[in-house]
Design a protein around this ligand. Structure first.
Ligand code: NOJ
Ligand code: CA
Length: 555
């Protein structure tokens, strides 16, 4: 693998609305991020992925953009954005922006024009169709956030298409003028010196050739829109050629629907992006069509399988995004650890379980201090559109309110969006006024200030993990060493080996509250890290204590 500035990077994701409020409106802002750059520097990360800060009516918290070249007023100004890029640069940190180009907001001037008349030159920048013979939706596709993908426009008597909410109309990528305008905008951002992009929902940009005809006849309800349709590659290749390829940046794409045998086409030097964000390990409990109420039961073996099949698929010069959390997922501690066992030790175990894999580690804000899920008592306290939709869908499917709330508690995206817990002061030190989303009451115990005061905290453990990823002794084996899973069917431990030439790292994580005895037939020459003070040396066998993890360099 050739050397690139980002090869060895660790990424920290910021969800700006919930990160740090400096102007007392209860909403995080760009100045709030600038204020915390030294904190991030201390953690040791190299790249910040900034969830959208563009002008937006905030129907989907910024993933509905009404002006790609302006900053939303609640977050700040373009001058502050430029200052953030500069201040981050001064600390050796690059910013990558979220690129949301499958759809815009319905309040984007392009859509307002498109909607104004059937003859408007921008009519074709979005997807418009007549209703079917009986005058209802052109077909029975269901949007990701519930309800039909089609919304009727009284003014022009046609329906427009939206894969997500009706305030997020899909852009028509078949139109070359639209594509040109997108590429110009992408270059405009890249010219500012940002480090690249996290690309949103990008495999949705291609609609099936005959998508009206093919899905018009369903009788048993709506069918969810399916990403990654044949032909999408043509657009992705052009996007790269017209933009990314000319800059020293990296791109990480959220590309649902891509199969493992397509990784080489979608990622790496010759691929459309540098790496992908995969969902296999976070969607284990997801029911059919992404429904929260038809949840699947899963075990550690399923989790390990999801990880291993991805690790084994990485063969070429490409890499992958390693992550446990983001703004669309519940907190990882609640997903993987029983409530009564959630603590700093199990959080360190979880961190260790993914940090030694092949790929680029991502940390989501608050993960480094062990933030956990929220349980608001009423649905009215929730903000996320998909949460409201899933709650209503559960009620319609016949579940009680209590049951519907239990699905929300497990899956709501607001679990990850509660304000960052900076201290035990009011509002968790996030804001001096009441925040846009209620803080998690556990901020008194779980907060940054406390973490920084304790040398054994999860924060410093993450700091150590990042140092290990950068340590010249381990860099190569971690980046390009082979991956091999051991004890595959074991329901309590996740154990894997990374190997490059003669160098071997062994990662052992015990996801149970029991002692587990492992016969390994290996001898360690060094302990790389562990989450007990007295990690035992490995000599053929080892007793792994409850939620213990350890990494050995083998003899
Ligand atoms: C994926 C983003 O991560 C999510 O937050 C958003 O709602 C959808 N794409 C639509 O943009
Ligand atoms: Ca603010």
């Amino acid at each position: 693998m050739n050397k690139k500035w980002w090869n060895n990077s660790v990424v920290y994701q910021i969800y700006p609305k919930s990160f740090n409020d400096t102007n007392r409106d209860g909403i995080g802002d760009l100045n709030g991020i600038i204020e915390k750059l030294d904190y991030l520097k201390e953690l040791g990360i190299d790249v910040i992925w900034l969830s959208p800060v563009y002008e937006s009516p905030m129907d989907d918290n910024g993933y509905d953009i009404s002006d790609y070249e302006n900053i939303s007023k609640e977050f700040g100004t373009m001058e502050e954005m430029d200052r953030l890029i500069q201040e981050a640069d001064d600390r050796g940190i690059k910013i990558i922006m979220d690129l949301v180009i499958n759809h815009s907001s319905d309040e984007h001037p392009w859509f307002i024009e498109s909607k104004s008349s059937r003859e408007n030159p921008k009519r074709d920048w979005y997807i418009w169709r007549d209703g079917n013979e009986s005058g209802s939706s052109p077909n029975n596709l269901r949007s990701i956030f519930g309800g039909s993908c089609w919304e009727f426009d009284e003014g022009t008597g046609q329906y427009y298409f939206h894969s997500f909410s009706k305030k997020q109309p899909d852009l028509n990528w078949e139109n070359p003028h639209l594509r040109e305008e997108i590429y110009r905008m992408v270059r405009w951002w890249l010219d500012k010196g940002i480090g690249g992009f996290r690309v949103d929902a990008i495999t949705f940009i291609k609609k099936p050739e005959k998508f009206i005809e093919e899905v018009s006849d369903g009788v048993d309800g709506l069918r969810v829109v399916k990403p990654n349709q044949p032909g999408v590659g043509k657009f992705l290749a052009e996007l790269k050629k017209q933009t990314f390829a000319h800059y020293n940046i990296f791109t990480v794409a959220e590309a649902p629907g891509v199969e493992l045998d397509q990784l080489a086409e979608y990622s790496g030097d010759e691929g459309y992006f540098d790496m992908l964000i995969r969902f296999d390990h976070v969607d284990l409990d997801m029911g059919e069509d992404g429904k929260w109420y038809t949840n699947n039961k899963w075990t550690l073996v399923d989790f390990k399988k999801a990880i291993s099949k991805n690790q084994e698929a990485i063969k070429g010069n490409y890499t992958t995004a390693l992550y446990l959390e983001n703004h669309d997922q519940p907190r990882s501690l609640n997903r993987s650890i029983p409530k009564e066992d959630i603590n700093e030790r199990s959080a360190k175990l979880l961190a260790t379980s993914y940090f030694f894999l092949k790929g680029m580690p991502y940390i989501y804000q608050g993960q480094e201090i062990g933030m956990t899920n929220i349980e608001y008592s009423t649905i009215e306290s929730y903000d996320d559109i998909s949460t409201i939709d899933q709650y209503n869908a559960a009620l319609e499917a016949g579940y009680s309110k209590e049951k519907a709330m239990s699905f929300v508690y497990r899956r709501s995206r607001d679990n990850a969006r509660t304000p960052m817990q900076w201290s035990d002061k009011e509002n968790a030190g996030f804001s001096e006024v009441s925040p846009w989303l209620q803080v998690n009451p556990n901020y008194k115990e779980i907060n940054v200030k406390k973490a920084l005061e304790n040398k054994n905290s999860l924060f410093y453990y993450y700091q150590n993990l990042i140092k290990i990823r950068k340590n010249p002794t381990y860099v190569d084996v971690l980046m390009s060493g082979d991956y091999e899973e051991l004890f595959k069917d074991h329901l309590e431990v996740f154990v894997y080996l990374r190997q490059l030439n003669d160098q071997k790292l062994l990662v052992i994580t015990n996801f149970s509250n029991k002692d587990v005895h492992l016969d390994l037939n290996e001898k360690a020459k060094q302990i790389v890290i562990g989450n007990y003070e007295d990690t035992p040396m490995l000599d053929g066998e080892v007793m792994v204590r409850p939620y213990e993890c350890m990494v050995y360099e083998l003899d």
